[in-house]
Design a protein around this ligand. Structure first.
Ligand code: DP6
Length: 347
């Protein structure tokens, strides 16, 4: 017989960025981070995990139709072995349970957005993998517990196991057991929040984030300043802004932290550039829109690539989404034309 579970996981976009590891094997971060989970109606990974004693002996993983070499991915192996150990413990405690931990696993995963678009696909991907196998194994662990495992797949993946506003606390322990994601507020707390994802370039990023953050950790003096003296205050302030649904503060902290993160990239040696001319045009446009509105109606943030995510509230969708579409959407120079307008919250 074949046992099977299917699940989806959403993309999350950080407003306080994770950048830098204190442990590269366990993916333990040097600073806490906070993200907004985007709606799964538009951006999500769909993953099916199955297992059977009749499968050929090796675990397999298929991503968007291509078989992956699991053995060369330490991160995937770490997630699977952690999940299998939890299942094994259940089986050892209850001999009536089928011995699924002994069966080869087959994992099939698919994104509903272009993987090459430089969107946070590893976050949704590892979150969905962990959730699917945990469901297959009928593990009792909470999303917070499972975030410890997803983190080892990709740091940002730990924040995709929950909806709404999610903090990843850096933790202090060397084994990473306190480096977990937790919900700061559910999506329903701030239902007006929206996000537009602007795909500036669908090309693969210059420097992968894992490698980029290692260079920054090793070479940037600004990096240590951000991690120690800037992020802790911003984490506290943005959590307060979220609790109070204070868009002005949320937006300013989000934009400033994106800028500080990209400044640490520029301060790395050799310097790392993720934003390009179209990204900078988006930054100027957001500041122009806010100035023209006489208040803060939108905020930009950029991950390790040129694509912009712009947050705004539904009541301002005409002035924000309308203007962004009219100005950037019509400028096809340096623009791949892919354009997503998405609701930031999950239900
Ligand atoms: C800029 O989670 O992709 O998007 O842990 O090495 O897999 P690894 O890195 P990853 O880094 C994401 C960096 C970021 C900021 C963020 O999502 O917080």
């Amino acid at each position: 017989s074949v046992y099977r579970a299917t699940t989806t996981a959403p993309v999350n976009i950080a407003v306080i960025k994770y950048w830098g590891k204190r442990d590269t094997t366990l993916n333990l971060p040097t600073n806490s981070s906070l993200s907004v989970t985007l709606s799964q109606r538009s951006l999500r990974t769909l993953t099916t995990a199955s297992c059977s004693a009749e499968y050929p002996p090796a675990d397999t993983l298929n991503l968007n139709g291509s078989p992956q070499d699991i053995q060369s991915s330490k991160r995937t192996l770490a997630c699977i072995s952690n999940l299998r150990a939890l299942r094994k413990a259940l089986e050892d405690a209850d001999s009536s349970l089928p011995k699924l931990s002994a069966h080869p696993l087959r994992i099939v995963s698919e994104n509903n957005f272009p993987t090459a678009a430089g969107l946070a696909s590893s976050a949704a991907g590892f979150a969905a993998l962990v959730r699917a196998v945990a469901d297959l194994y009928e593990l009792p662990q909470s999303p917070k517990d499972l975030s410890r495992i997803a983190r080892q797949g990709s740091g940002s993946a730990c924040r995709s196991l929950m909806g709404g506003y999610v903090a990843w606390r850096t933790g202090e322990l060397a084994d990473g057991s306190d480096s977990l994601a937790e919900e700061v507020a559910p999506a329903s707390h701030w239902p007006e929040m929206r996000a537009i994802v602007l795909v500036v370039s669908a090309e693969k990023k210059d420097v992968p984030s894992t490698e980029g953050m290692q260079t920054t950790v090793a070479t940037s003096a600004l990096f240590a300043e951000r991690a120690q003296n800037v992020v802790p205050e911003r984490m506290a302030a943005i959590e307060t802004a979220i609790q109070n649904r204070n868009f002005h503060d949320f937006a300013e902290i989000t934009m400033r932290d994106s800028n500080t993160f990209h400044a640490t990239c520029l301060d790395s040696w050799p310097p790392i550039f993720y934003m390009n001319d179209v990204s900078r045009a988006a930054v100027r446009l957001v500041h122009d829109i806010n100035r023209a509105a006489g208040r803060t109606v939108c905020a930009y943030t950029f991950d390790a690539g040129p694509n912009a995510v712009i947050y705004y509230e539904d009541k301002d969708s005409e002035v924000v989404a309308g203007t962004v579409k009219a100005i950037l959407g019509s400028n096809t120079e340096g623009w791949d034309g892919a354009f997503y307008e998405r609701v930031a919250n999950v239900t």
